[in-house]
Design a protein around this ligand. Structure first.
Ligand SMILES: [Zn+2]
Length: 418
């Protein structure tokens, strides 16, 4: 058994306990509360983390770990399709081992920043091998790209064959990820949805990321047309004549909920569809800033009953794979957001989106012990959230399912045994 003690414990985003302790047994939380209330525990390893906050591990609900080595590689000039062209070119010559080392770097920096769960997107399946070697919790989404309706069936059969050989376990779930409405045919979207129901797996897609995407779907106009022509992907195609989320709703993609990544531009009607279907929006704050979008609808959705989770997207459009950094960014940019709500987005909302909310996202008895420990740096913080979200706070210990995956100061080596 392992006992973590620290000056602050947040059992969930709103429950702050001073001088807290978490007892971990067999990968699960056996106790979380006041350190004083846990005097009679059996023999265990004790780690005293001092002026830190023990919090539920962070959930990165959207990332592409295989692009980690593309940090600062692509220059964004205001045209998203140009950014895609650069991305495709940059990866063209990559060998398998370059992909693998990029993914490894991504896993490492996720764990080092307190992220205990990643929803990773894989195009070629290579991430599976690296992710399986790691103790990080993961939902691996297989990305499907095929704009030709005639090959939708073979594309989906191929996906089913691949994942038929993947053994899911406590730390690994599989998801399906039709890429975006400008690279996936309506037929393939519908097939993906039905496979997600058949296999009972999560489904997600990039949607409403740019204004250009809406122009493409409503009028068949804009830069995506030339992009698809250049990639020889545009066949006999008629635009659905609908805005992105309305289109997804129309083809049944939202039914029973799904994960909608970005949603940077939404009409009131589209917000209604998302709310009614219990779908999740994944907001990627710093990637959103990188692409110079207008304020995200998240900032106006306060009174709506919509699950909003956080993602980093990839390092091709961000500076770190840290959900803690995303939360700090919102905290400084959006002063009226409650810190409890921001922490909720980085923990429980992601767990809910990935259907893991009965296992992770809180530190309560029986939950899996997925934990981040944040050194708040300042000795006397009047408000612990100011400490957690201060610019110099940092993750010093990460635990997934009871296993220590990152230990900055090697405190576990010096732990006392009771
Ligand atoms: Zn993405």
């Amino acid at each position: 058994m392992l006992l973590l003690k620290s000056r602050y414990l947040l059992k969930d985003p709103s429950t702050v306990i001073h001088d807290g302790a978490v007892l971990i047994d067999d990968g699960k939380v056996k106790f979380a509360g006041c350190a004083n209330d846990i005097s009679n525990h059996e023999s265990c390893q004790i780690i005293d983390l001092g002026n830190s906050a023990i919090v539920p591990g962070f959930v990165n609900t959207h990332t592409h770990l295989d692009l980690t080595h593309l940090h600062n590689f692509i220059k964004y000039n205001g045209d998203f399709t140009d950014w895609i062209r650069q991305l495709v070119n940059a990866k063209k010559e990559w060998t398998e081992s370059e992909y693998l080392s990029s993914i490894r770097s991504g896993i490492k920096s996720s764990l080092e920043s307190g992220t205990t769960t990643v929803a990773d997107i894989t195009r070629n399946g290579l991430a599976l091998e690296e992710l399986q070697k790691s103790n990080i919790r993961k939902t691996l989404f297989y990305e499907l790209i095929d704009f030709n309706p005639d090959s939708a069936e073979s594309t989906i059969d191929n996906f089913k064959n691949i994942i038929g050989n993947v053994k899911q376990n406590d730390l690994l779930s599989i998801g399906i990820f039709p890429h975006a409405p400008y690279t996936v045919s309506e037929e393939l979207y519908i097939s993906c949805k039905s496979v997600s129901k058949e296999l009972d797996i999560c489904i997600a897609t990039h949607i409403s990321e740019t204004i250009d995407e809406a122009n493409f779907l409503t009028r068949g106009a804009g830069n995506f047309v030339s992009l698809l022509r250049d990639f020889d992907m545009l066949n006999d195609w008629n635009p659905p004549g609908l805005r992105p989320v309305n289109y997804m709703n129309n083809i049944g993609f939202l039914e029973n909920g799904c994960i909608l990544v970005h949603c940077n531009y939404l009409t009131g009607e589209e917000v209604d569809h998302i709310e009614e279907s219990n779908s999740t929006i994944v907001f990627c704050p710093r990637s959103h800033k990188y692409f110079r979008h207008k304020d995200h609808p998240f900032y106006m959705l306060g009174n709506r009953n919509i699950n909003i989770a956080l993602g980093t997207d990839s390092l091709a459009s961000n500076d770190s794979l840290s959900i803690l950094d995303e939360m700090k960014y919102i905290y400084t940019q959006h002063k009226t957001s409650k810190p409890q709500d921001i922490l909720y987005m980085g923990t429980i909302a992601g767990a809910t989106a990935l259907r893991l909310d009965d296992k992770i996202g809180k530190l309560e008895e029986g939950y899996d012990a997925d934990i981040a420990v944040i050194d708040v740096k300042q000795e006397a913080v009047t408000n612990i959230y100011n400490g957690i979200f201060s610019q110099d706070s940092e993750c010093v210990l990460t635990v997934v399912s009871g296993a220590i995956c990152y230990d900055k100061h090697k405190v576990s080596k010096e732990a006392s045994v009771n």
